[in-house]
Design a protein around this ligand. Structure first.
Ligand SMILES: [Zn+2]
Ligand SMILES: [Zn+2]
Length: 269
C-alpha cells in the first residue's frame, strides 16, 4: 500500500508526496519550504521520512521550494537532465539524481520512472512511482497534450494525479488576451477538463482506484465543473474508485492507495 498526500495544486503551487514502508518522496515542491512544512504538518506527512524530491519541471509553481527544502532535509533532487541545467545554479549544492525515459531511480521501496511531456519548459516530465506490491501513483500536469509516451507511462497505475486545468468555454470567455488563451490551450500548455476526461477514460483499468484532478485554473475552472466533465466519463468506462479534486490553498486528507482486489482480500481475511 502507498499513501498519497496532495498538499496543494494549482498555478500558485503544486506539491504531492507518496509514502510506503516509512519512506516518502516529494513529487514537486512548488510552494515555499516553510509552506510545504506547514502543509505537511496539517496533512500528517512526516518530512523526516522524505528521502528525495522529484520535480516535473523548473517552473516556480513546481520547483520554488526545492532548493531550501533539499538543503534542510539533506536529500537529493530528481529531475530530467535539462531541468537540472536550469535549476542547478540556484540549488545551493543539492545532490542531483537524473530521472528520465531511460533512467529509472530505485529508492527505498520505490521505483521512480519519468517520461517527457509537451510543455513550454526546459525538459518537463510526468512521473510514475511504483512499489513491489504492484501499487503505483502517477503525477502529470502541465500537459499541452497527452503524448504517446505519457499514455504509456501512466498505464496500469493504481492512482493518477492528473491535470484538469480549464473548462474550454470558461477559457474563451475568461477575458485573457487571445495570445494567452492560445498558450494555455495549445500543445505546450495545459489540459482542459474534456481532454483530461478523455485521457482518464482511455487509461482506465480495473485496478485504477484513485483519481485526483489537479492544477485547476482559478479563473477558468472550478471543482464542480471539473467533476461534472470527468465524473460521467469515468463512470461510463466502469470506474468505481475515488475521485478527488486537489485544492490550491489546503492539503487533501491523506489517500490510501491500494490495488482494489488486494484491499478486499485483506478485509476478507
Ligand atoms: Zn509549467
Ligand atoms: Zn504548473
Amino acid at each position: 500500500m502507498m499513501r498519497l498526500y496532495v498538499l496543494g495544486s494549482g498555478s500558485r503551487g503544486n506539491c504531492c508526496a507518496v509514502e510506503a514502508d516509512g519512506v516518502a518522496i516529494l513529487l514537486d515542491a512548488g510552494f515555499s519550504a516553510r509552506e510545504i512544512e506547514r502543509r505537511s504538518e496539517t496533512a500528517g506527512l512526516d518530512l523526516a521520512r522524505v528521502r528525495a524530491i522529484a520535480l516535473t519541471h523548473e517552473h516556480g509553481d513546481h520547483a520554488c521550494g526545492a532548493p531550501r527544502l533539499a538543503q534542510r532535509l539533506g536529500v537529493p533532487v530528481l529531475t530530467a537532465a535539462g531541468t537540472w541545467e536550469r535549476l542547478a545554479p540556484g540549488m545551493g549544492g543539492a545532490t542531483h539524481r537524473p530521472v528520465g525515459l531511460r533512467t529509472t531511480v530505485e529508492l527505498g521501496p520505490f521505483r521512480i520512472e519519468a517520461c517527457p511531456t509537451s510543455h513550454d519548459a526546459a525538459d518537463p516530465v510526468a512521473l510514475a512511482v511504483r512499489t513491489a506490491d504492484g501499487t503505483g501513483v502517477g503525477v502529470a500536469y502541465d500537459l499541452g497534450r497527452p503524448t504517446a509516451a505519457v499514455r504509456y507511462l501512466l498505464r496500469n497505475l493504481t492512482a493518477l494525479v492528473l491535470e484538469a486545468n480549464h473548462d474550454e468555454v470558461q477559457l474563451r470567455t475568461s477575458g485573457y488576451p487571445p495570445v494567452v488563451q492560445r498558450r494555455i490551450a495549445g500543445s505546450d500548455g495545459h489540459l482542459s477538463n474534456r481532454a483530461a476526461a478523455e485521457l482518464l477514460a482511455e487509461l482506465h483499468h480495473p485496478d485504477l482506484a484513485v483519481v485526483v484532478l489537479a492544477h485547476l485554473s482559478q479563473r477558468c475552472n472550478s471543482a464542480a465543473d471539473a467533476l461534472a466533465t470527468v465524473g460521467p466519463a469515468l463512470r461510463r468506462v466502469g470506474f468505481g474508485g475515488a475521485l478527488h479534486v486537489a485544492a490550491q490553498d489546503a492539503p487533501l486528507a491523506p489517500i490510501d492507495v491500494m490495488v482494489p482486489g488486494r484491499g478486499q482480500l485483506r478485509l476478507a481475511l
